[in-house]
Design a protein around this ligand. Sequence first.
Ligand code: C2E
Ligand code: MG
Ligand code: MG
Ligand code: MG
Length: 281
Amino acid sequence: RSKRDGKGAFHFFEPEMDAEMRDRRELEFELRCADLDRELELHYQPIISVKTGALRGFEALVRWRNPRRGMVSPAEFIPLAEETGMIEAIGRWVLDEACRRASTWPEDLVIAVNASAVQFRQGHFAETIGQAIARSGLDPARLEIEITESVLLADTGANLAVLQRLKEIGVRIALDDFGTGYSSMSYLRRFPFSRLKIDRSFVRDIGSSRESMAIVRAIIGLGANLGIDTTAEGVETGAQLELLRQERCGEIQGFLFSPPVDGAGAAEIIASYRGNKVQVA
Ligand code: C2E
Ligand code: MG
Ligand code: MG
Ligand code: MG
């Protein structure tokens, strides 16, 4: 491209940006046309009690098996689904599938499901959850909805009312990616969360960064003082687990124990954990 108009650098990137945009549009189109029942899949990552080594349950993480592209990550298509309104149908599918699956598990296991701010904004989120519970017969106390601070940031009044409604139904609410937000602390005064999930970025550096260690310690202490459980996400090494145990972190999730696995994989994990606790001591 010529630099004739003095904007050569800008123009230089243009064709590439067009391609990116085209690809996005294509993905968006494919998502619109997707047969959710056939192409979406839930994977499940075990949540382990640090103290007892017991399996506490699983977090459901959605995958899109795109016929042409293969597995697409939620980090890629959830934002797209939020922009296009597709998140409503996807969110409903996820809730139905997660509750249905969890209802086949032993009754002491919980299922954690992620929800985004856009799902709250759509107005009938509490009803959607109520329906998923009713259809599956799952005890609502076994369902935990994971939200990020964006839910509380968006429109506090309306979203707080939805959270309150969920609490009445008996569903628990976890604050995901805790510590990465702008003012995570203030949310703790506004709603009685049942769990704080310590963001992976702090856990990753816990052994090498005094600051990360201090933050993790503070979050666990904060949870203890408020009577809220803490789960560390992204635990990958035995050394990280050891430090978390010393700090009395309640539960952990991470590749150290298992990556997210499909439904059959979750059933295998459940079978192998029955009776004999996993060795974390
Ligand atoms: P999240 O809820 O914070 O989920 C944790 C992410 O960390 C998952 O990525 C999980 O696979 C990954 N992870 C778990 N253990 C480890 C580890 O030890 N090391 C590393 N490096 N990563 C680990 P995933 O499945 O790609 O999901 C990304 C995000 O997409 C989730 O973050 C969540 O915000 C969103 N998401 C996933 N499923 C859903 C869904 O059904 N609905 C909505 N609204 N969002 C979803
Ligand atoms: Mg989560
Ligand atoms: Mg998280
Ligand atoms: Mg995260």
